[in-house]
Design a protein around this ligand. Structure first.
Ligand code: SAM
Length: 187
């Protein structure tokens, strides 16, 4: 039987899989262990491009080795930089962007994404997004500052003009600190 609440990573991949096509350009704004980057690299194939950002060198290295093992380095640019600088590196229109927020799994729990940076980076992706393209945000609320980040992101998405954007929120409502999933699609 299908599960109405799959794991966040699975759900994000299943949504991305419905949009991203071979040859596309896409962004992973927080590459971490490289799970989303690897999935995107599979989707876009050798003709496409994935731009993967992370502020931590350890995350960039882990993403690099995940790609090496899968022999998918060709189509990925790993950029060890704050995602607020996305537009310095990406000028091509993108089909999708993914933000998996919070801290690096098994890493330093004090290095976390911050709403002010996340919102600036979302704005960069919105400018680069193709019509009907999507931005997905997986937002975790269990760590310090997580709830505040989620609230600011929601407030930002809430005021997107409905004539040009569709913004959706999905969350398990009977589990404490359940992650929040936000989808933003350009009309
Ligand atoms: C939950 S992890 C990402 C998990 C990853 N998508 C994966 O598949 O394993 C969040 C990541 O965001 C990174 N990060 C935090 N602030 C950032 C920023 N301003 N720009 C880019 N990356 C950032 C952290 O270093 C951390 O690796």
């Amino acid at each position: 039987m299908p599960n109405i609440a799959p794991q966040v990573v699975e759900e994000v991949h299943s949504i991305l899989g419905g949009f991203v096509q071979e040859g596309d350009t896409v962004i992973d704004a927080t590459c971490g262990l490289g799970r989303d980057t690897l999935y995107l690299a599979q989707c876009v194939g050798e003709r496409g491009q994935v731009y993967a950002f992370d502020i931590q060198e350890t995350a960039c290295r882990q993403t690099q080795s995940a790609l090496q093992v899968a022999q998918m380095e060709k189509q990925v640019h790993i950029i060890c930089e704050n995602h607020v600088n996305i537009k310095k590196y990406v000028q091509t229109p993108i089909r999708a962007a993914v933000f998996n927020l919070g801290y690096l799994p098994n890493g330093n729990r004090h290095i976390v994404t911050k709403a002010e940076n996340t919102i600036l980076a979302i704005q960069c992706c919105m400018d680069l997004l193709l019509p009907e393209g999507i931005i997905i945000l997986a937002v975790y609320t269990g760590h310090e500052g997580g709830k505040e980040e989620a609230a600011q992101i929601e407030q930002f998405l809430h005021q997107m003009p409905a004539t040009s954007w569709q913004a959706i929120k999905k969350q398990i409502i009977n589990r404490k600190n359940a992650p929040e999933l936000y989808l933003l699609q350009k009309k």
